[in-house]
Write a protein that binds this ligand. Structure first.
Ligand SMILES: C[S@@+](CC[C@H](N)C(=O)[O-])C[C@H]1O[C@@H](n2cnc3c(N)ncnc32)[C@H](O)[C@@H]1O
Length: 247
């Protein structure tokens, strides 16, 4: 099986503390600023990416979708609003993110159809084959063990169930690649540092994207785990990519 271990790329470079603990503490810290910074740093394009990703899941009806690494539930609530789905469960390892997610769900009056909870994607509490869809936007890059997290998603999906992953990728087209790299490596971490009050969070964002598998590696990892019909669609000249597959 293609193993991909990027657990050496961590938010705070503390060798004695594992990636999962560092990631949890980072997202707990930046949670209050997370939505604001997403809109600011992407000029609002992040919500368009989520809409496109949901559209890629097509118009079939879903009974239950698990939104992994749901954060403040932007994707989870959009799934309920844009797809025919009865129940969306959003799960995240950061309790501060989940607190904000829960407030968002209540504010939108979606609590009968969207629930959120604290949990680890690498160790899911759900039964085998209990979901017909699973999604993750900008989350899997942060897993301590990518293969384990994806294997758990595969386990809880029904045969034929769909997986949709939206994740940052690396633009390849000149000169956009070079310009975007300047912004991503130097400008964004400075804005992030000032606004989120975490000196490392947005530097980690750049580093974790550089360490993430490229399209073909990612396809191979997903296939080895048990997914099939994998397709990928780069968005905005490759800043991020939608991966779609099926169990
Ligand atoms: C960049 S945020 C993405 C949030 C949301 N999906 C979005 O589109 O804005 C990444 C999220 O992944 C969560 N996360 C990282 N590792 C996780 C794990 N092992 N299990 C569950 N959530 C995890 C973090 O706590 C964080 O909220």
């Amino acid at each position: 099986m293609a193993e991909f271990n990027h657990d050496t790329v961590t938010p705070y470079d503390q060798v004695e503390i594992d990636k999962k603990t560092q990631v949890t503490s980072m997202f707990d810290k930046i949670a209050p600023y997370y939505d604001f910074l997403n809109r600011l740093l992407t000029l609002g394009i992040d919500q368009r990416w989520r809409k496109k990703a949901i559209k890629a899941l097509d118009t079939r009806e879903y009974d239950k979708i698990l939104d992994i690494a749901t954060g403040t539930a932007d994707l989870a609530v959009a799934l309920k609003k844009r797809l025919k789905v009865d129940k969306v469960i959003g799960l995240d390892i950061s309790s501060n993110m989940i607190e904000l997610a829960s407030k968002k769900v209540d504010k939108m009056g979606l609590e009968d159809h969207v629930s959120v909870e604290v949990g680890d994607s690498e160790n899911l509490r759900f039964d085998d084959e209990s979901f017909d869809g699973a999604t993750a936007s900008f989350g899997i890059r942060n897993f301590q063990n990518l293969n384990k997290g994806l294997s758990e998603i595969c386990r809880v999906l029904r045969p034929g169930g769909k997986i949709m992953i939206l994740e940052f990728s690396k633009p390849t087209i000149f000169p956009f690649k070079q310009l975007f790299n300047l912004y991503f490596k130097y400008v964004l971490p400075v804005i992030g540092r000032i606004t989120s009050k975490d000196p490392k969070a947005y530097q980690y964002l750049y580093e974790s994207v550089q360490a993430f598998p490229d399209y073909d590696q990612m396809k191979k990892i997903l296939e080895d785990i048990g997914f099939k019909n994998i397709k990928y669609t780069p968005l905005t000249l490759g800043i991020c990519t939608i991966y779609l597959g099926e169990k």
